[in-house]
Design a protein around this ligand. Structure first.
Ligand code: SAM
Length: 190
């Protein structure tokens, strides 16, 4: 298949905008795969701020970063992403060029702990306020589970109302696959 699959497309979008030295956000670190990817993109001169509410995610991500010798340029916090604005130091706000959300539950972890629409939307709103123009927020929506469908619906209602003068909103989705495969919403700040 020549069409980009969902997760490679998410990375490609981030690669388009994130430069060495930038500040970026992994809003749901989970097992740390995206955190490592972002840390490599920004390099030692840049910085990744990673959020997750679960200790297991913090431990898994910290171990992954350590094994890749990438801890210097990353700050991991065991806090919800709804605290992005107060966590990322003000002097770094204007240099945030990219952010990623992988919604849903921690793979291999407790499936009852999931991202929630209110806090996800709050985090997106904060990012749109503080990140630099042309910065991109990539959201991978997993809607195979019941709460994921509720989150998808609330999130879609929200992103459709974002003023086009504030941000461009893209949906990237395979529409003929079964079992609700994940899809992407990308938001580029104007
Ligand atoms: N990107 C991750 C990876 O590479 O493994 C996968 C992320 S996983 C699909 C979703 C994560 O979101 C879970 O680890 C969960 O604990 C976390 N989460 C749930 N609510 C959150 C919140 N309010 N803020 C930050 N993380 C949250």
């Amino acid at each position: 298949m020549k069409l980009q699959r969902i997760l490679p497309f998410a990375k490609q979008l981030l690669q388009t905008v994130v430069q060495r030295g930038d500040t970026v956000v992994d809003a749901t670190i989970g097992n740390g795969h995206d955190t490592v990817f972002l840390a490599k993109l920004v390099g030692d001169e840049g910085h990744v701020f990673g959020f997750d509410i679960q200790e297991e995610a913090v431990l898994n991500t910290t171990a992954r970063l350590k094994s890749e010798q990438l801890r210097k340029c990353v700050t991991i916090v065991q806090k919800g992403h709804q605290h992005i604005k107060s966590t990322v130091p003000v002097e770094r706000h204007g240099s945030i060029s990219g952010a990623i959300f992988n919604l849903g539950y921690l793979p291999g972890g407790d499936k009852t702990i999931v991202t929630l629409p209110t806090t996800t939307i709050s985090a997106i709103e904060q990012l749109l306020e503080i990140m630099k123009p042309e910065g991109i927020i990539v959201i991978v929506i997993y809607h195979g589970h019941e709460e994921g469908q509720v989150e998808r619906d609330e999130l879609m209602n929200y992103v459709k109302t974002i003023d086009p003068g504030v941000a461009h909103v893209l949906q990237y989705q395979f529409i003929n696959k079964k079992n609700n495969p994940p899809y992407i919403i990308a938001i580029e700040k104007c």
